[in-house]
Design a protein around this ligand. Structure first.
Ligand code: ADP
Length: 153
């Protein structure tokens, strides 16, 4: 079992690809929607959960939860030591590396499993989707199939 923590504001086709690949490696993937204290999100936590549920409605090996507080505390509560993250760029790598170092200082048993982005999705980020939407652009090709973002806002 592995926990995939993130803001998912919104969940993108890039996130979906990471989850689909992780379920070939782990028996269960728990997507954990975190409450981010210093961002005003586009989607409420409930809407994020509904959207992600709709993506994985036919995949019983994927569960969706929300949490606040430290990811290491969530791992402790759920008795899971594996954290899943995705990396697109060197910048992502540096960020993930720092977080992993901190998590490891908090709990030595935690292993972060990093999947490298599929090049098709390397440029896709939640923030880019929010920005394109804000300026009235089309974002459907960045969203998982069949997901209409406006329905969740
Ligand atoms: P956070 O705010 O915690 O970084 P995000 O929702 O932005 O959460 O992303 C969650 C994880 O998914 C991060 O590890 C991020 O690097 C990864 N990720 C986001 N978009 C992509 C993508 N297109 N390809 C691969 N990994 C991605």
């Amino acid at each position: 079992m592995i926990i995939f923590p993130g803001s998912f504001d919104p969940f993108t086709i890039g996130h979906q690809d990471i989850v689909n690949r992780a379920i070939t490696l782990f028996d269960q993937v728990i997507i954990a929607v975190g409450e981010n204290i210093d961002k005003r999100p586009l989607l409420s936590t409930q809407a994020k959960i509904k959207l992600i549920n709709d993506v994985f409605v036919n995949e019983p090996r994927v569960q969706i939860i929300s949490y606040s507080g430290l990811t290491t505390d969530l791992c402790h509560q759920m008795k899971v030591n594996n954290i899943l993250r995705g990396v697109r760029t060197i910048r992502d790598f540096e960020y993930e590396s720092t977080i992993d170092s901190i998590n490891r200082l908090i709990n030595r048993d935690i292993e972060t499993v990093i999947l490298l982005t599929d090049p098709r999705y390397a440029a896709i980020s939640s923030s880019a989707i929010r920005e394109i939407r804000h300026h009235g652009g089309r974002i459907d090709k960045f969203m998982p199939n069949g997901i209409e973002l406006e329905k969740y806002i």
